[in-house]
Design a protein around this ligand. Structure first.
Ligand code: M6R
Length: 359
């Protein structure tokens, strides 16, 4: 049932536009956001949000921490579930405990949720599988409606999680009165554009396919970005690692000069996320520093950048989150095409399972 696609991962990349539309039905209204699964009482007595997750879901969590603080004005911190479990975390009842999981069965995330429940915290799970262990346990559930995801490398699970979290940050902002009407309407307008942004243009796919042949060797990859493009860089690096078995790291672009730039040479590939609407000048100067040290640079941006060795041009979009989703597709396609050229099994990468139900 690959419907003519070579791999489930490819099919799932192409499905993102539709599943994200599904995930907005009944939630993204004309002038507001609504979740039938929750109501404003969810924030009663809450001063802080804590999120635990693993892998790709952890990257969605980090992305959302920028949105919860920026839009909802609620303090938010994120932890990898396997670290959270054994650190004797301080849990206070003014914290909304959120777990994010495609499967709802990941052992470490499930255990984190159990700990929060035991400590008496209100809990919410963002999940793709109804009636999973996590949805049975949490006080509130928001389903991501991505449909079954078969590829081990998560794609549509991430895009739907991120859209749900963006909508949730606006819903919370509205409850708390921390957003003005004009900004809210601007955000809603952008949200409505997400499905269109996720449509895979054949020209863009072909560009990634052609470029992939230049990135099959080398010392390794740095994916760099700032703000929400930092967790997106982490996600791009994870995708590449999982299915191509090449070494890749996601890094906050501004941190490169604090160590990693020492690695720069022509065999070090930098994949730079350079959105027009988020800190463009800052990331530009970070990339210039890497270029001056001869790193091979592939930029993903709507704006031409003369120092890049390779350039993937994205559309000009009005909101940084729209640029985020378009760049996500580029990163997914690029890693898949590299993996295909290397002759790997894209859907069933070695050493990995779809759901990690053991510690
Ligand atoms: O089902 P979950 O979202 O809890 O799974 C978490 C990770 O195991 C998962 O995201 C993993 O990192 C994927 N293979 C990433 O593509």
């Amino acid at each position: 049932q690959k419907d003519g696609f070579r791999f489930f991962m490819e099919k799932e990349i192409y499905e993102q536009s539709d599943v994200v539309s599904d995930c907005m039905i009944g939630r993204l209204k004309d002038k507001e956001i609504n979740f039938d699964e929750i109501d404003s009482s969810i924030l009663e007595g809450i001063k802080e949000i804590k999120i635990c997750a693993c892998g790709t879901s952890f990257h969605a969590a980090i992305t959302s921490s920028y949105l919860f603080e920026r839009l909802s004005k609620i303090k938010c911190n994120v932890e990898v579930a396997s670290e959270f479990r054994y650190k004797d975390p301080l849990l206070t009842k003014d914290t909304l405990f959120v777990v994010i999981s495609q499967s709802g069965e990941t052992a470490d995330t499930l255990e984190a949720l159990k700990m929060a429940k035991k400590a008496g915290l209100k809990s919410l799970v963002i999940c793709n599988v109804n009636n999973s262990s996590m949805t049975r346990l949490a006080d509130y559930t928001i389903l991501t409606r991505a449909g079954i995801e078969k590829g081990v490398a998560s794609t549509k699970a991430f895009s739907t999680q991120t859209v749900v979290l963006w909508m949730l940050s606006l819903y919370f902002a509205k409850i708390k009165g921390s957003i003005d009407e004009q900004t809210l309407q601007k955000e809603l307008k952008a949200l409505r554009e997400v499905p269109k942004t996720l449509i895979v243009e054949s020209k863009l796919h072909e560009k990634c396919r052609r470029l992939s042949k230049r990135y099959l060797h080398g010392h390794g990859f740095f994916f760099i970005g700032r703000d929400v493009f930092y967790p997106l860089a982490l996600e791009g690096a994870l995708k590449l690692k999982e299915i191509s078995y090449l070494h890749a790291e996601g890094y906050p672009a501004g941190e490169m000069k604090h160590g990693p730039i020492a690695l720069a040479d022509p065999e070090l590939f930098t994949i730079a996320l350079m959105p027009e609407n988020m800190l463009y000048d800052k990331i530009k100067s970070n990339v210039e520093e890497l270029s001056a040290r001869d790193s091979t640079i592939c930029t993903i941006s709507p704006l031409d950048f003369e120092l890049s060795d390779d350039f993937i041009k994205t559309q000009k979009l009005e909101h940084y989150m729209l640029e985020f989703f378009e760049m996500l597709v580029v990163l997914q396609l690029l890693s898949m095409e590299i993996s295909i050229r290397l002759g790997n099994d894209v859907d069933m990468p070695r050493n990995l399972a779809k759901s990690v139900t053991v510690e």
